[in-house]
Write a protein that binds this ligand. Structure first.
Ligand SMILES: O=C(O)CCC(=O)C(=O)O
Length: 274
């Protein structure tokens, strides 16, 4: 996380990292996502739903990294992990899901720093201490109208609740288009939502990162035990997959930096001490 990136993240609540996923891994993830999209059985544009069924415009597969190693590798992309350590104290992988949004599919706007919600609160205490950071990996290009995340920049620090009439916030919203392989890293305390208005399917892999004391929402403490067991001793990959711990998270943090573990250019990614 360069000082410029950190400044931008603190100010806005999000950061886009282009080419966050290595091209061969991205190609593999795209091929696998195409197969999962078939399983999602989305209603195609112009296709009438089965009698008695509501159209399915959006679908997500939770805990996807436990089903597919490829998605685990994407979720734990080094370019992202190197930044997460500067944003989340004692960071851990929390939730993952493979997300499809066909035309008309979307998720309503949610979150704002006030009222305070400790599960996702963004605070600054000598460093950024974001309780919940979500990463949206674009598996295909996400154009402005095609389900680009719509955010209210800065709302992760809002001192006042959202106005009751959310239309008042419209002029403050910004849409964040993405190129395939990019990662949009955002504080879940920032107001956000999305709708795909185009005739294509938005394919994204989501991964969220929480502080070590935050419980899983997609399972019990043992959610990632199998993947944890496969990872090298003392590695950041193992660290990110450790169990949550409710009192004092004393699991040893790797000695070397994420950049050192993965051979990233130090100039490319300058980590803030965790
Ligand atoms: O699917 C999206 O565009 C947004 C996902 C979202 O709202 C969330 O991660 O809370």
């Amino acid at each position: 996380m360069s000082p410029e990136e950190l400044y931008a993240f603190d100010l806005n609540g999000y950061l886009v990292v282009e080419n966050a996923v290595d091209p061969p891994l991205l190609a593999e993830a795209q091929a696998r996502a195409a197969i999962w999209e078939e399983r999602a059985k989305l209603t195609r544009p112009g296709q009438a739903p089965e009698p008695g069924e509501t159209p399915r415009r959006a679908y997500r597969f939770d805990r996807i990294v436990n089903d597919e190693e490829t998605f685990l590798q994407v979720a734990l992309s080094p370019q992202v992990l190197a930044r997460i350590v500067g944003l989340v104290v004692l960071p851990r992988l929390k939730s993952t899901w493979l997300d499809f949004k066909a035309q008309g599919g979307g998720i309503g706007f949610h979150s704002n720093h006030t009222p305070y919600n400790p599960v996702e609160a963004y605070i600054f205490q000598q460093r950024v201490c974001a309780s919940l950071v979500t990463v949206c990996y674009a598996l295909n290009d996400v154009p402005l109208e095609g389900g680009a995340l719509e955010v209210v920049p800065g709302s992760h620090k809002a001192n006042l609740p959202m106005p009751a009439d959310e239309r008042a916030v419209e002029p403050l919203r910004r849409r964040l288009p993405l190129k395939a392989g990019s990662a949009l890293i955002f504080s879940h305390d920032m107001n956000h939502g999305s709708t795909n208005r185009l005739p294509y399917v938005r394919r994204c892999l989501f991964a969220s990162f929480a502080t070590g004391s935050s419980a899983h929402t997609q399972g019990d403490n043992d959610l990632y035990d199998a993947a944890f067991a496969r990872m090298p001793e003392g590695s950041w990959l193992k660290y990110f997959l450790r169990r949550p711990k409710g009192d004092r998270d004393s699991y040893p943090m790797p000695k070397r930096t994420v950049a050192e573990e993965f051979g990233l250019e130090p100039a490319q990614v300058c980590e803030v001490s965790a």
